[in-house]
Write a protein that binds this ligand. Structure first.
Ligand code: PBG
Length: 306
């Protein structure tokens, strides 16, 4: 008899794509899989901006309850949606090989970036970056899953949606991409493009090891360790305008990251390079560098303004 891995996930189409991707990896490794689908607060409350809902784990808490209760062995998340600190007794055990990390503009129309475009997004990072780099854009809040947002765009709420390439690609909307943002200018949120596996620290160690072997990409894991350590130093979640992206070259990791004020006026950013075996320390180092340049004060000011 094959061993069964019980997987808990959100119900959205993107979450299901990502869960099916994990299922395939586990099935190839000889496991059977069972899916439990749950709604999170982030899925239920759609008329409030994410940073106003208040809870840090808006897309994670209900899934974590299933892990605590032992109803599921693992939860599947977009790595980007994971707070930098997890609740006691839970850990991220694996990260999948990353999809392309950059952001894109999606639209039915031809897009002229020099024009007065109305852009839909619910990310404070994207709003702040546009205020800095594209102050002529009009930004409107756009919540909901990808399908809902595209529907709202087609109803005339905005000219284009600002989204992660990864989600657009996974949902098959690539032909609507009208612009690819440059990674070095429009640096993504920490974790963008990777799928994270969360488990209880009391998960059977042998099962945990087998799941890691089936799912984890070592290079991505090292990059995400650096990015998440950086975010943790800044005590940031996915709702603050912090960006961070690590890339790996041989046994070296380079990490670029920063904070941008909500009005786009102030940006503190820097880059560090170091050994892949010390990726977490590298992230902490970059965090400390930004803090010494006034990063904490900037973040406090941002949090007051949210
Ligand atoms: N914030 C929601 C979210 N979480 C993960 C993705 C896309 C997939 C990914 O980045 O891994 C998205 C949508 C988006 O930002 O466009």
């Amino acid at each position: 008899m094959k061993e069964v891995v019980k997987i808990v996930t959100r119900k959205s189409q993107l979450a299901m794509w990502q869960t099916n991707y994990i299922e395939d990896l586990l099935n190839e490794a000889g496991f059977e899989t069972e899916i439990i689908k749950l709604d999170t607060i982030g899925d239920k409350i759609l008329d409030v901006a994410i940073n106003k809902i208040g809870s840090k784990g808006v897309f994670t808490e209900e899934l974590e309850a299933a892990l605590y209760a032992g109803e599921a062995h693992i939860a599947v998340h977009s790595a980007k949606d994971m707070p930098s600190s997890l609740p006691d007794g839970l850990e991220l055990i694996a990260f999948t090989k990353r999809e392309k990390m950059h952001d894109v503009l999606v639209s039915d129309k031809d897009i002229d970036l020099t024009g007065k475009l109305t852009i839909g997004t619910s990310s404070t990072r994207r709003v702040a970056m546009h205020k800095r780099f594209n102050p002529h854009f009009n930004i409107v809040d756009m919540r909901g899953n990808l399908q809902t947002r595209i529907g709202k765009m087609r109803d005339g709420h905005c000219d284009a949606l600002h989204l992660a390439f990864a989600g657009v690609h996974r949902m098959g909307y690539e032909d609507l991409i009208k612009h690819h943002f440059d990674l070095s200018v429009f640096t993504p949120a920490v974790g963008q493009g990777s799928i994270a596996i969360e488990a209880s620290t009391s998960l059977n160690p042998e099962l945990k090891q087998k799941i890691i072997e089936a799912v984890n990409d070592t290079d991505t894991h090292a990059c995400l360790a650096a990015e998440r350590a950086f975010l943790k130093k800044l005590e940031g979640g996915c709702s603050v305008p912090v960006f961070g992206l690590a890339s790996q070259n041989g046994d070296q990791i380079s990490l670029r990251g920063g904070i941008v004020s909500l009005d786009g006026q102030t940006m503190i950013d820097d880059e560090v390079t170091g050994s892949m075996s010390e990726s977490r320390e590298l992230g902490e180092k970059l965090g400390d560098m930004l803090i010494s340049r006034g990063g904490k004060e900037l973040l406090n000011e941002i949090k007051r303004g949210l």
